[in-house]
Design a protein around this ligand. Structure first.
Ligand code: GCB
Length: 729
């Protein structure tokens, strides 16, 4: 028999980088904590990029009862980022990587009184990923720690955190059967392996055939089988598995069990406002409920290995998953070994989950690194490792927008995917469409996906003239309306993932009225507010639960004669009532628009069949300043909208490409850029050296570039005056 004891209580936490003996000696004076725990729950979420990154200690005495058993192992489901485990002062194991599980054996080191001390360290490192990324690197024992007592004869526990049992189901769709191979690792002589009611006694590996197989069929029917293995000592392991076939076609996109199944969904980070990454099972289940409500059929579990409980939830809910390691943003020449061990652990620990379709090698790794031989070699080794450990799944990679599509790195993974932020960080929305059209035409035989896209929104900010960079709920909604359509028109995209389902902590950020948060979420960090864009996707993806949603409900005070009333719904007809009087009906799909005169206070009701939604808006004489985040940019916009521009001459409304066609106007631009370059050298250099980026910049209007770079109103006006003095042709 196996006994697992979760060590939740009675830990002492010391926020100090001290020797083990000192930590043990002063443990009583430490802070009492329960696991899961992170020391960055507050300072990792409040901005300033100043959260504690260092080594801390967790100390706990193990009771007699807890240490009973023939062989005793200790399991850490996640210790961020590196950990050293000591029992009674003896160092037992060192582990690098904050997102994968590891174990060590305590047997032989136990005495009368047993003190466990764990040094956990999230400081800077040149060898352990992640080091540069847009999320908080929380430190702590933020997932459960357990004792596992097993008999002398038991399943393997140490190697890469293995579950001891590995199941490979290969499905024959025509014959409607599955060939299931079950492998086990143990120190006994034989093992009884059971699948679907059939038991085989073997040395370690058995093959089964399941006739008339019940498929794991995505959201509709995520059926799970169980495989179990038992030794004569009574030690037993079991795992669930699913029988399904994933395939990708460059023209037709993703297939599940032989039918077209475009993967459309979101990404998720594993943190929560006020708690950091120390989540409970209930927190995870609540996240999954929101994912189901949205109607997404895929998740990119970014940017690292998530909790086993979360992959379990994806198995149970039929969500197709992209799993990845935190090999992100910046390649480290001394980090190769760590990428390989993190990948080995990810695959070993997650192999049995039917939800996982692809292994992600890296994310935007060329954002801060050149494509050199060392980086290519690292990717080749990772790719080979994935194929060696798991020939049944494809490998992929999330490419940064400025990575040239003919870069040799794209040839390494089986399939690719791009992260594009046109329409947010730079460029215009249409450039997303153009990018994929060009790619698809140039590489008709390559599978391509859309691994990230998004725009930040703070639901406190609103506008009737939303635009890029204003952080309004309305701009985010418009952005996603464009993207949803763009994606629907391109079924060849094997997977698309909104960045991100939830706002998340990025302590280095300070923007859009919040400190320390990336606000690209469709839902706020505390999960309490679904932004309008959430309802857009729900209207497109959730066909189960009829609803109508009135947009801009938080935009109450409006200063205009006429206002737009926009409704998102998964119904085909929406009726509108203003102050109790029928106003009109719109038919269509997903987005329904009305315009109404704004006279005073109004009660607006949208209705479709049995479902309805209501809001109140009111006419005000002055714009409500509390809705505007970027007041400087807003005033530039107001000035610019009112300004008469002579179209025969150049202006800041022209694109950089147009301006460059004229030597005189081009010289004005160069001079302006050179001034900017001397102020922010690195960025300008990156643009200069990157033809792809240059091409994209050529399509940006000068006004959007100026606003984005934070230029003040006076200098924008000045550049415009100069350009207006230069005639086109
Ligand atoms: C990216 C990164 C992601 C960031 C995101 C953003 O490309 O992969 O980690 O959070 O952009 O919001 O800038």
């Amino acid at each position: 028999m196996r006994k697992t004891t979760i060590l939740k209580d009675n830990w002492k936490f010391l926020k100090a980088d001290i020797p083990c003996e000192t930590a043990v000696q002063y443990a009583a004076q430490g802070e009492s904590v329960t696991l899961p725990h992170t020391w960055n729950a507050e300072d990792g979420q409040d901005g300033g990029n100043d959260y504690h990154r260092g080594a801390c200690w967790y100390v706990r005495e193990l009771s007699k009862e807890e240490t009973a058993g023939e062989r005793l192992f200790l399991e850490f489901a996640g210790a961020a980022m590196s950990a050293d485990v000591y029992l009674n002062g003896t160092h037992l194991v060192h582990h690098d990587g904050g997102y994968s599980a590891f174990r060590c054996e305590l047997t032989g080191h136990l005495s009368e009184k047993n003190i466990l001390a764990v040094r956990v360290d999230n400081s800077d490192s040149r060898t352990v990923y992640p080091q540069k990324a847009d999320f908080t690197f929380y430190g702590g024992l933020y997932r459960p720690v357990s004792l596992i007592a097993v008999p002398e004869e038991h399943f393997e526990l140490l190697k890469d955190g293995t579950p001891g049992i590995k199941v490979t189901p290969l499905v024959d769709l025509e014959k409607k059967c599955a060939h299931v191979t079950v492998e086990t690792w143990h120190n006994g002589t034989s093992v009884d392996i059971t699948v679907n009611g059939e038991t085989k006694t073997v040395e370690n590996k058995a093959e089964f055939v399941i006739e008339d197989v019940h498929l794991w069929d995505g959201l509709d029917d995520p059926y799970l089988y169980t495989a179990s293995a038992r030794l004569s000592s009574g030690d037993e392991v079991s795992t669930r598995f699913g029988c399904r076939v994933f395939a990708c076609d460059p023209q037709k996109g993703f297939f599940l069990n032989g039918r077209s199944y475009p993967l459309r969904g979101v990404s998720r980070h594993q943190d929560l406002k006020g708690k950091g990454n120390a989540l409970s099972k209930e927190d995870m289940a609540a996240d999954m409920a929101i994912i189901r409500e949205l109607g997404a059929n895929t998740l990119r579990l970014a940017h690292y290995q998530h909790a086993q409980e979360f992959y379990d939830l994806c198995d149970e809910n039929g969500i197709v998953v992209w799993a990845e390691i935190p090999y992100i943003t910046m390649h480290m020449t001394e980090g190769r070994e760590n990428t390989l061990t993190q990948m080995k652990e990810l695959i070993t620990q997650c192999y049995n989950h039917p939800c996982i379709a692809v292994w992600g090698l890296s994310n935007e790794i060329t954002a801060a690194s050149a494509v050199n031989e060392d980086l290519l070699e690292n990717h080749r080794l990772l790719n080979e490792l994935c194929h060696r450990m798991d020939p049944t799944r494809l490998t992929t990679m999330a490419d940064v927008f400025m990575l040239e599509t003919d870069s040799p790195i794209l040839d390494i993974p089986d399939i690719n995917s791009y992260n594009l932020y046109f329409g947010w960080y730079l460029g215009e929305l249409e450039q997303n469409d153009e990018f994929f059209d060009e790619y698809h035409e140039k590489y008709p035989d390559k599978v391509i996906g859309f691994s990230e896209y998004g725009a930040d929104a703070n639901p406190a900010f609103h506008s009737s003239h939303p635009e890029k960079g204003d952080y309004t709920e309305e701009y985010q909604a418009l952005y996603h309306e464009h993207m949803l359509k763009m994606i629907e028109e391109r079924p060849y995209l094997w997977a698309t993932h909104v960045w991100n389902l939830f706002d998340f902590a990025a302590d280095g950020r300070d923007e859009g009225g919040k400190h320390g948060e990336n606000q690209k979420g469709l839902v706020t960090f505390d999960r309490l507010t679904r932004k309008d864009a959430f309802w857009l996707y729900k209207a497109a993806w959730n066909h189960q639960e009829p609803f109508v949603h009135l947009c801009s409900k938080r935009y109450v005070n409006r200063c205009e004669d006429e206002t737009e009333i926009k409704v998102y719904s998964n119904q085909s007809e929406v009726r509108l009532y203003v102050d109790g009087t029928y106003y009109g009906t719109e038919t269509g799909r997903t987005i329904f628009r009305f315009r109404i005169p704004l006279l005073g206070n109004h009660v607006i009701k949208a209705e479709s069949g049995a479902v309805s939604d209501t809001m109140c808006i009111c006419r005000v004489s002055e714009p409500d300043e509390s809705y505007i985040f970027n007041k400087a940019a807003a005033s530039v916009t107001n000035w610019f909208d009112a300004e008469e521009v002579d179209p025969a001459c150049f202006s800041i409304k022209d694109t950089l490409g147009e301006i460059r066609t004229n030597p005189q106007a081009g010289a004005v631009l160069e001079a302006m850029m050179a001034k900017g370059a001397s102020e922010r050298g690195d960025v300008a250099d990156a643009v200069k050296d990157n033809p792809g980026l240059q091409r994209m910049m050529a399509r940006m209007t000068l006004i959007s570039l100026l606003k984005q770079s934070g230029a003040d109103e006076e200098s924008i006006k000045q550049v415009n005056r100069i350009l207006q003095g230069i005639r086109k042709n």
